[in-house]
Structure formats: C-alpha cells, structure tokens
Design a protein around this ligand. Structure first.
Ligand code: NAD
Length: 357
C-alpha cells in the first residue's frame, strides 16, 4: 500500500546538502559559492582543535574562531558571539559540532541573517531545521524563522568517528525520536512519512555496525544519513508528547538532552501506539517485536542505552511536578494527555522497565 493521503501540504526548505568522507575539507568552496569571504568558525570548547583545523583549511577565508558554544544556547553566549562576529566583520558562519554549536550559529543568523554552513558531528539533526531553542535565566524558549535555517550542510562520516560510544547511542535515539513522532504528526504528509521510515531504517541497519566497530566509516556515514532524514522531518512536521516530555525534563530539571530522549522514547511511543497503532506499525516492522514501544525499548537496551530517568539524576519526588508541567500546556498528541496517564508513564520511565503496552 502506498503512503498516499487524500489531502496534505508540504513545506520544504531550500538547503544544499553534501555527503562524503573528508567533505569538510571543501568548506572553502562552499564559502566561495555563497559569494562570501570572511567566515566565523564556531565550536564548543572541547572541539576547538577541530575548529582550528577547519579555519586553517579555509585558506584566508576565515575571519575568526569562536569556541564557546554551550548546551541549550544561552543568550549571553550568543551576545558575546555576535559581538565577536561584528568585530571580525564576519559575512558567513561555519558551525562545526553538535546541536549546541549549530544552535549558536542559528542564534547569530536569526539576528544577522548571515548564511550558515553546518558540519554536524552528532546525530541531533538541528542543522536540518529552522527551529532555534535558546535559554535565558534558565527558561528555554523556541522560535522558528526562515533566517534560522542553515543554507548548507556538509555531512562527513570521519567527524562522527570520534563521537564516544555512549553519545553515539543516545544521540542516535534522539534522532530516531524525531522520526518516530513524525509518523503520527498531525501535519504529516506522504513525503515526511517516507523520510521518517527511511531514517529509522538507516539507524536500525547501521547503528549495531557502528557499535561493533566505531571506526567503520561506511556505517558511520549511514547513521549520518539517518540523522539528516530524521532532522529533516523534525523541520517539516510538528512533534508531540515525546518532545514535550523531553523539553520539560531538560528545561526544568536540567536532564541531559540526548540521554533524556533515549530513555523517554519507548514510553512515549508505547503510550501513543494505543491511539495510532497503524501509523506506528513501521516501527515494529523495522525493529521487530510485538508493539512499537517494546520494539524501541528492546533496541535501546540492545545497544546499551540508559533506560531509566533515575540513572540521569531525576528524583522520584520530582515526578509529579514533571507530570504537572508536561500536562499544563500540552502539545497536540494522538492519545489524550491526562495527568494520571503521564504520572504512570513518567514513573515507568523513571524506574527503567519496559513500557506498558
Ligand atoms: P552537543 O552539541 O551539546 O554536544 C555534546 C558534547 O559532545 C559537546 O561537548 C561536544 O563538543 C561533544 N561532541 C560533539 N560531537 C562530537 C564528536 N564527533 N566527537 C567528540 N565529541 C563531540 O550535543 P547534541 O546532542 O548534538 O545537541 C544538543 C543540543 O541541540 C540541545 O541544546 C538541543 O536542544 C539542541 N537541538 C536542537 C534542535 C533544533 O532543531 N533546534 C534539534 C536537536 C537538538
């Protein structure tokens, strides 16, 4: 059966995407292609050496380096980066890193409209969306704007080879969460569903191979392909309960981003499978098992993912506040979101057992 829907809308961004081992060495040709001459290279502090290599490769097209990108894009770091970009007269941005560095580039572009070249080093997928999450005084807000969408993405498998195994696992599950929720998004369309299914298939096929041999560049490349697809659907359709729970747990309890996604995903999907079993059927087709939540739980367990929110530092006493916050202004969700149901879901995710079917 095809994925045809009788009525739908598709909104795609004009993004140039290039894949290939070593493709990061072609950033200078992308800067030239954009007609720019003064790139500001961005990274986190631990990735400063890689940023310096990129700047050296830019052969005179690098105007400066800013290596203070921070998780959740604090606005004070953005202000400092904006000042630096102005001081070096940057006319474009090169972000090398995961969602934190990509977030900083997006925050600068949102205010300056400088074009962005992104070279992702995790699977988070932020490079493929026009969404920016930023924090001020501990409060995270999200904004969507065409200026935020990066213009060029270069996916280089050699760069994810250094991603530690634990982060490889959680970052992949973070990406898969975008695709899983895209399957039942209210504004899904046949193309977003195709992309989501292919993204999940890429991770199912390649992630076990990466974990067997983290230096397997073909498998690393396939996981990056999955990340691109999963990020692309995140940019195209709305997310639901799973993302709401993760934003609440990350924003209000400071739980780590990718790990939280990894733990919550099977529970959120099991919950929603009660309402939309047919839309989630591709998950069991891809990962096996009797139901989508259990299939994702077993897959996460088999690849050594954290399985319990308590392992991430959440206290049992915090569960009722988390449930209250997550249900106060819920996102649209296929299964009705009630306080008792979310209490139950969070308790199961906190304890770390398989999700209730
Ligand atoms: P991250 O960017 O914070 O990276 C985590 C750590 O891993 C950092 O210290 C980084 O330097 C290091 N690292 C990254 N790649 C590495 C590599 N290949 N080798 C060695 N170390 C590496 O983590 P993330 O999970 O990619 O991003 C999380 C952030 O992205 C969150 O703030 C989240 O909200 C945001 N995000 C935004 C979107 C969006 O569309 N707006 C989508 C997904 C995630």
């Amino acid at each position: 059966m095809s994925l045809f829907q009788a009525s739908f809308e598709v909104q795609s961004a004009a993004v140039r995407v290039r894949f290939g081992e070593g493709i990061r060495r072609q950033i200078s040709s992308e800067v030239e292609r954009l007609g720019r001459k003064r790139a500001l290279v961005l990274s986190t502090p631990p990735q400063a050496d890689a940023a310096m290599e990129v700047a050296a490769d830019l052969n005179g097209l690098a105007a400066g380096i800013f290596t203070k990108a921070t998780m959740h894009t604090p606005v004070d770091v953005t202000a400092e980066a904006l000042e630096h970009a102005g001081a070096v007269e940057a006319d474009c941005l090169v972000a090398l890193g995961g969602g934190s560095t990509v977030g900083l580039g997006k925050a600068i572009a949102y205010q300056t409209d400088l074009p962005q070249i992104v070279v992702p080093t995790t699977y988070a997928g932020s490079e493929a969306t026009a969404i920016l999450g930023q924090t001020q005084n501990g409060v995270k807000t999200t904004v969507t704007d065409p200026r935020i969408q990066p213009e060029v993405i270069l996916y280089d498998a050699e760069l994810v080879r250094t991603l530690p195994v634990a982060m490889t696992v959680t970052s992949a599950l973070n990406a898969m969460a975008h695709a899983a929720e895209a399957l039942y998004a209210q504004n899904r369309n046949p193309m977003s569903t195709m992309i989501a299914i292919e993204g999940l298939k890429a991770f199912a096929a390649a992630l076990p191979r990466v974990l067997d041999n983290p230096d397997d560049l073909t498998a690393r490349g396939e996981t990056l392909y999955g990340a691109w697809l999963c990020g692309t659907v995140l940019g195209q359709v709305g997310m639901a309960l799973h993302h709401k729970l993760c934003h609440t747990l990350g924003g209000s309890f400071d739980l780590p981003h990718a790990e939280t996604h990894a733990v919550v995903l099977p529970h959120a999907i099991a919950f929603n499978a009660r309402a939309v079993p047919d839309l989630l059927a591709p998950v069991t087709e891809i990962f096996g098992g009797s139901n989508p939540g259990r299939a994702l739980f077993d897959f996460a367990k088999s690849i050594g993912s954290p399985l319990a929110l308590r392992e991430l530092g959440l206290k049992q006493d915090d569960l009722s506040t988390a449930a209250e916050l997550a249900t106060r202004k819920p996102y649209w969700n296929p299964q009705p979101v009630t306080r008792p149901a979310i209490n139950e879901l969070l308790l199961a995710a906190w304890a770390g057992g398989p999700p209730a079917a």
